[in-house]
Design a protein. Structure first.
Lengths: 323, 315
């Protein structure tokens, strides 16, 4: 078995020597080592992620470089200093990082993120992949950017990063991604909540899924702090020029409360313009970039429609009423 | 024409010099643009240089501000704070910019130039920054995250952060040059000069910037921005040199993400003005970033770019 650097949690590394003494620390180290070895052998802990890594020689011309590293739970802050929150918001368990060396000294870094469930993996995938790129691995499963590739399956998100856009690197990215995906169990079903979004005219790469304010902040920065309390959310852009954001609350009461808070925000002249209180269940205002934001509650769902022609918005809202 | 100095004037001037020297020793980092500071002329100005040779852009940007000698007195001990968060493209300060800054400091007469960091050695190796330091004869001080290596610094008037925990090694230097890369950030939407100073604060303290309920409570997200502003009130770099040459505008701060190649290096003393300028490179304004707004409100600098002297050059 290859050596693995397991980064100890701060709680353990902060254990007071006065409390345990030398003997206590030695025993603690022994227990940790036994637990770690045991977890690897049973396929739990890091073992599960190691299984997904393309093996030595599995992808021609690409060899493992150095040892894999694993970071679990809050230790993600050690690996992603200052940027771990978004992973934790979606539901993070652990990540395994392994570099590969390829032709002409090229390097690719492979990160296998184990998330809490497939919804968390898809949400993080949609957040990370960016708006541009070529699809790989089947529809909505993976995307290749200029020098990196994200792919998800089951509760795993695999991110591969090259350090340039040369053809050897791009070929290596795809080959390593396919090898890792083939070793990953679970289905690739997207969260059911995404079906709430109308499918017609949707720009598929724009579809996002949220479980908290940080994720939502990436598509709704001007309003995200006014709609807190939701359990999950989805967003997409449409060919009609319109963007839809739908948020699900614990119940109609919580949704109504969020809508009232949002209505107040939209009516704040310091933040928005041309506020329109269109009846009890519809509020609208323009933001600093000139886009109109409409908000309307329907049961436990809060809909926010941004941009688009008045005709497109009217047609969408009429469709909601028909349902 | 020679001027004769009277005895009284001589004593008066000597006292001023003595006081200035004492103040210089007591305050570990000079605040560029302060009263009587040689860099006062550059305090309301930011330099923006566009080109393909990013090291040359850094040199030109500092020249436009008046030259490195304004910020690095002869014999000084300089601490550099580049961003080395990840080795993904567009997430770390480029080695060629670091090389140019080390050389400028040495040419200005610095006695010692060191990078300070609590990051792992691997990050410095993978980014190529360690090699630059070795080749240029500059130091790399990797400091363990042990709290004993940090000094408690009260923040008078801190709204979210009442006490910072700053690297003790920082106070062994006389000049700080802040060298972030500007980029996207999932929490703040933006990272630049102000956020980079978290690199001097202890990781344990930094974790308190991220409150537990950020998922549901918007005030917890703003707590991060406010904590950064509070930290910036007690750590004052003499100069900021920002890599805005090629950086990620999605999936920040760690990447990988979409790269924007604006080919710019931005330098100046006013952190708020620099950050307000840099965020415009990818369609944001200072108003969109809580940290920048709060920084301006608390008097750290100028967010209104119409009131900032922006001097631009192309190479």
């Amino acid at each position: 078995m290859r050596g693995i650097k397991l980064i100890p949690s701060p709680e353990l590394s902060d254990v007071s020597p006065e409390l345990f003494g030398r003997l206590g620390r030695a025993l603690l180290g022994l227990v940790m080592a036994v637990c770690f070895i045991s977890s690897c052998r049973t396929g739990g802990g890091t073992g599960g992620l190691l299984r997904i890594l393309p093996a030595e020689g599995e992808v021609a011309a690409w060899r493992m470089k150095g040892d894999p590293q694993v970071f679990a739970g809050q230790d993600l802050f050690t690996y992603i200093d200052g940027g771990a929150d978004i992973y934790l918001e979606y539901g993070f368990r652990k990540v395994l990082v392994q570099d590969y060396q390829g032709p002409a000294g090229k390097t690719i870094s492979v990160e296998i993120f184990e998330m809490e469930n497939p919804g968390a993996a898809f949400g993080m995938y949609a957040f990370k992949k960016g708006s541009k790129g070529r699809e790989v691995g089947g529809e909505g499963r993976g995307q290749m950017g200029d020098y990196y590739l994200n792919i998800w399956k089951g509760r795993f998100l695999i991110t591969l990063t090259g350090f340039d856009s040369d053809s050897e690197t791009l070929i290596g990215l795809e080959a390593l991604a396919r090898a890792a995906e083939a070793r990953t169990g679970g289905s690739g079903d997207q969260p059911r909540f995404l079906k709430t979004l109308p499918a017609e005219f949707v720009i598929k790469p724009s579809v996002g899924y949220f479980r908290g304010l940080l994720g939502l902040n990436s598509v709704l920065p001007a309003l995200s702090r006014d709609v807190s309390g939701f359990e999950e959310g989805a967003a997409a852009d449409y060919d009609t020029g319109m963007s839809l954001i739908v948020l699900r609350y614990p119940g109609p009461g919580a949704c109504r409360t969020a809508f009232e808070k949002l209505r107040t925000a939209l009516s704040d002249p310091a933040r928005f313009y041309e506020f329109q209180d269109v009846g009890e269940d519809l509020a609208a205002a323009s933001d600093a970039k000139g886009r109109t934001n409409y908000a309307t509650p329907r049961g436990d769902l809060l809909w926010i429609v941004r941009g688009g022609s008045r005709a497109a918005v009217r047609s969408f809202l009429a469709g909601l009423d028909r349902h | 024409m020679s001027r004769t100095i009277k005895r009284r004037e001589f004593f008066k001037d000597s006292a001023k010099i003595g006081l200035a020297f004492a103040a210089g020793c007591a305050v570990p980092f000079r605040l560029a643009g302060g009263p009587g500071d040689p860099a006062a002329g550059a305090s309301d100005m930011i330099a923006v240089v566009t080109g393909d040779d990013f090291g040359a852009c850094a040199v030109k940007a500092v020249d436009l501000l008046g030259g490195m000698k304004l910020f690095v007195p002869k014999g000084s001990k300089v601490a550099l704070l580049p961003n080395v968060q990840s080795s993904h493209p567009g997430t770390f300060t480029k080695p060629e910019i670091l090389r140019a800054v080390v050389r400028m400091c040495k040419e200005a007469g610095a006695a010692e130039v060191n990078c300070l960091s609590v990051q792992l050695r691997k990050a410095w190796d993978d980014t190529g920054l360690a090699r630059v330091l070795q080749e240029e004869g500059a130091g790399l001080k990797l400091i363990a995250k042990d709290e004993a290596n940090f000094e408690a610094v009260p923040i008078p008037g801190g709204k979210a952060l009442k006490e910072a925990r700053i690297l003790k090694e920082h106070y062994a230097h006389s000049v700080l040059i802040n060298m972030p890369i500007t980029k996207d950030h999932a929490g703040n939407r933006f990272t630049g000069t102000m956020k980079n100073l978290m690199g001097l604060n202890s990781p344990a303290s930094n974790r308190t910037f991220h409150r537990p309920n950020w998922k549901t409570d918007p005030s917890d997200i703003e707590h991060l921005d406010q904590s950064i502003v509070d930290l910036n009130t007690v750590v004052k770099p003499a100069l900021n040199i920002v890599d805005a040459a090629e950086f990620i505008i999605s999936n920040g701060p760690f990447g990988p993400g979409e790269l924007l190649k604006s080919r710019k290096v931005v330098a100046g003393a006013d952190r708020v003005a620099i950050d307000a300028y840099c965020c415009t490179l990818w369609g944001l304004t200072g108003q969109d970033v809580v940290m920048i707004k709060r920084g301006a409100e608390q008097g750290l600098g100028t967010m209104d770019l119409t009131k900032v002297r922006i001097v631009e050059a192309a190479l």
